[in-house]
Ligand binder design. Structure first.
Ligand code: NAX
Length: 331
């Protein structure tokens, strides 16, 4: 039998946390034969609610769940974890300046970076979900220099899955038959959902999404805007932000990273830029990646047309500005 893997979820008393922990305990993240020990961290004001989540996990009697740590102590939470899903953060409240929100998150991610660096398993894989996700991941990387930089990522898989969903609805095809969309850049409204290399599996082979849709105007305007604005549309409808889709996408991100992407398929992950596609090194930027043996690799050699080039650069520019804002909060 396999040894249990320790998975940390921060912000575990929140809405995404509540959707995510049962998925992990059921094997949706690491597979149906992989036992897990859940480490749940949240803050003191919600300690009782956090304990309630722990009670429900016990009550659900998940066979793969070999233990639960529920704590408000970051050191205890990070102890020996193999995977860390960082969902906890400070949300933007009405009337708050961007800089104030950034400053709160910078201090949270700086502190949690140190806790992970000192107490997590040395090869711990980190996924940052909390917004601003790319920049929180960058701060975490800066303050956990002994964690390999390739182990620190942020979530853009939800945006990737949203793009697959929109194409599937438009073409009336199964979502599982659509692949190789790309989310470039920031997990924000400047992200660029790119279908130029996306395909659909049909009975007569792989067909290009752009050809099947046959409407460049829709793909270059409405489709992009719908994916970029989907988070806001969910808030408008639900009066709450995306939770089950965010949790499910976080499972997809880790599962593909650890267990590998299927042959011929790539996914989108926010990773440390090495300068690929002319993106400034030192940003956490969403790229198309393939994964094998627990390591991601940026897909190389994709043709970038002029329209796409402008979009890749615009979202990079926003990340450069966010990085500067985050650094200004450190002083
Ligand atoms: P909630 O407000 O429901 O939950 C957040 C939880 O984090 C709360 O329980 C809070 O007490 C906790 N928390 C705050 N500071 C903490 C700290 N220092 N240590 C540990 N826990 C702490 O928000 P929820 O809807 O669950 O969303 C969580 C985060 O995900 C937000 O930042 C949100 O913006 C972000 N999202 C990111 C997405 C992505 O695709 N990257 C999509 C969904 C989501 O909007």
């Amino acid at each position: 039998a396999k040894d249990p893997v320790r998975v940390l979820v921060t912000g575990a008393a929140g809405q995404i946390g509540y959707a995510l922990v049962p998925m992990i305990a059921r094997g949706a993240m690491l597979g149906p034969d992989q036992p897990v020990i859940l480490h749940m961290l949240d803050i003191e004001p919600v300690a009782e609610a956090l304990n309630g989540v722990k009670m429900e996990l016990v009550d659900a009697a998940f066979p793969l769940l070999r233990g639960v740590v529920a704590t408000t102590d970051a050191v205890e939470a990070c102890k020996d974890v193999n995977i860390a899903i960082m969902v906890g953060g400070f949300p933007r409240k009405e009337g708050m300046e961007r800089k104030d929100v950034m400053s709160r998150n910078v201090s949270i991610y700086k502190a949690q970076a140190s806790a992970l660096e000192q107490h997590a398993s040395p090869n711990c894989k980190v996924l940052v979900v909390a917004n601003p996700a790319n920049t929180n991941a960058l701060i975490l990387k800066e303050f956990a220099p002994s964690i390999p930089e390739k182990n620190i990522t942020c979530l853009t898989r939800l945006d990737h899955n949203r793009a697959l969903g929109q194409i599937s609805e438009r073409l009336h095809v199964h979502v599982g038959d659509v692949k190789n969309v790309i989310i470039w850049g920031n997990h924000s409204s400047t992200q660029y959902p790119d279908v130029n290399h996306a395909t659909v599996s049909t009975s007569t082979g792989q067909k290009s999404v752009r050809e099947l849709v046959g409407d460049d105007n829709w793909l270059n305007t409405e489709f992009i805007a719908t994916v970029q604005q989907r988070g806001a549309a969910i808030i408008k409808a639900r009066k709450l932000s995306s939770a089950l889709s965010a949790a499910s996408s976080a499972c997809d991100h880790i599962r593909d990273w650890v267990l590998g992407t299927p042959k011929g398929t790539w996914v989108s992950m926010g990773v440390y830029s090495d300068g690929s596609y002319g993106i400034q090194p030192g940003l956490i930027y969403s790229f198309p990646v393939t994964c094998e043996k627990g390591e991601w690799k940026i897909v190389q050699g994709l043709k970038i047309d002029e329209f796409s080039r402008g979009k890749l650069d615009a979202t990079a520019k926003e990340l450069i500005e966010e990085k500067a804002l985050a650094y200004s909060c450190l002083n």
